[in-house]
Design a protein around this ligand. Structure first.
Ligand SMILES: Cc1cc2nc3c(=O)[nH]c(=O)nc-3n(C[C@H](O)[C@H](O)[C@H](O)COP(=O)(O)O)c2cc1C
Length: 149
């Protein structure tokens, strides 16, 4: 089984550290993992059906998600409208970093719950993730792997 960890990280690498820890948790559970930073690359959403579960991470940008992840959601919708099978009902895990606000949690949950059931609690980090936060991310990866189909 293959997992997608898609995230945006641009300013300090905070969200990237979280993404790597989620990926570690998934790998520990035996899944293959594809990681993609939307600041560097754009997912070809026709590949989305190949994944068994999805982890999505963003920094808080103006109490909203980063533009690259909004683009992923838009691309996903367009692919779905074209009739692509396998675009829904895969378990989703969420994580985010912020600079003291963290209001991105609400739009993050409400936008991405359309893709599939949200598993575990979204993990948050205030700026650079501590070891405790990274352990929560690894655990989230393991929980996501257990829910993957
Ligand atoms: C354009 C921009 C807007 C931001 N807006 C917010 C915000 O509204 N609330 C908040 O808590 N942090 C905000 N931040 C801080 C980032 O969420 C925080 O530094 C984050 O950890 C950066 O993640 P990264 O290092 O993975 O890019 C903003 C940062 C940038 C660059």
């Amino acid at each position: 089984m293959k997992a997608l960890v898609i995230y945006h990280s641009q300013e300090h690498g905070n969200t990237e550290l979280m993404a790597q820890a989620v990926a570690d948790g998934l790998k520990e559970s035996g899944l293959q993992v594809v990681t993609l930073n939307t600041n560097e690359d754009r997912l070809d959403c026709s590949t989305y059906p190949h994944f068994s579960c999805i982890a999505i991470g963003t920094p808080d940008y103006f109490s909203y998600l980063a533009g690259g992840l909004k683009m992923f959601l838009d691309d996903h919708y367009i692919e779905e409208q074209r009739g692509m099978e396998g675009m829904f009902n895969k378990p989703v895990a969420l994580f985010y970093s912020h600079g003291g606000g963290g209001k991105v949690r609400q739009p993050l949950v409400s936008l991405f719950k359309r893709l599939g059931p949200i598993v575990g609690e979204p993990v948050e980090s205030y700026l650079k993730p501590t070891e405790k936060v990274l352990e929560r991310c690894r655990k989230l990866g393991r929980v996501l792997a257990a829910a993957a189909k």
